[in-house]
Design a protein. Sequence first.
Length: 428
Amino acid sequence: MAEKEHHNKKFYHLTRLERLAQLKAEMHLSEADMAVLSGEKSLSPVEADHMIENVIGTFSLPMGIARYFRVNGREIPIPMVVEEPSIVAGASFMARLSLGTGGFFAHTTAPEMIGQVQVLDLEDLSSARMKLLAVKESLLAEAAKVDPLLKELGGGPKDLEVRLISESPIGPFLVVHLIVDVRDAMGANAINTAVERLTHRVEEITGGRVLLRILSNLADRRLARARVTILKNDLAFDGFTGKDVRDGIIAAWAFARADPYRAATHNKGIMNGIDPVVIATGNDWRAVEAGAHAYAARNGRYTSLSTWEKDANGDLAGTLEMPLAVGTIGGATRVHPAAQANLRLMGIDSASELAQVIVSVGLAQNLAALRALATEGIQRGHMGLHARQVAIAAGAKGDQINQLAEKLVQEKAIRIDRASVILKEWRN
Ligand code: MEV
């Protein structure tokens, strides 16, 4: 373990090819997986043409690996697909700080998704509700017919609720919620097919007219939860004591707890960790985003998804709870070659474990942002990386990129116009 840790510590000093070689050995990956992960043989235009409409090509993004993540006792390399500098470094750094207390501890609720059926044109809403609830079991049995395999795997329709919407721009109506355990799928297809199947019976039973039949992205029955403790002493750096940093992080969180303007940015920082892994595994990041923000507003006022507090030892304790509708089977998770390779890279074969890892990365990312904001400010850490992007945009190549970035940071002028002038001077 000590040797492995030592090995990992140098990951960012390795060349890109050395990093690939290290991961290959560590996670026992095939040559084919390596070709996909390096980007040499990822999604082809021909494969892409089968995925969406009017395809002309593909679009690439950088994929980095966050290190030091220990989730429920297992060390896991985290693939992150994202364009923003500092995210992978920030997550890795916080994951390293968490090792003092064993890393992240995460769990998930059952993978239950909600499908909604809107029932219109009813006078007797309460009676219609009773009639539906009275035959709940037969409605569940009907919905189960769409996917017998899901049922065999322990999933399938689990419950049915009927909600009365008493006020809306078109007056009152009923909403049926079908709750389906979707096992290792994201679940959109399973849910949408199941609710469509119920249309006829719901109309027959209520005498109403069914309009919308679609899943809800407020997946509040499919939650992922993580917790972490950072030793106070591990938080100290430069001129900041551990206590300063801990209390600063708690005050930063309190700001997000109390103010929606801050909560939006605070939660964006969490999604900086969540989305890159959701994308790396071929999952629907818009669904995850929608679920996260709706959950953050579930009590009527938008607030922070995470909590940060001081524990009995004076250490910093963080938690994150949010809906996470991600799958390891079906959709792009199966079709995109990198999605499958990334699951093998992480050694993950169930949607619940994937969600546990993702929620842990979200918590780490939140901590990285709050730690920076509550101490030296976000710009210092960002500057070096941002300067590299500016240098590249100005046309720097090879060794020039780092040299130019350093000069821009020294001058505190990380601007493309200044970068172009310096480059021109050097070239002359
Ligand atoms: C930037 O991408 C994310 C942060 O704004 C998050 C936060 O403010 O907590 C730094």
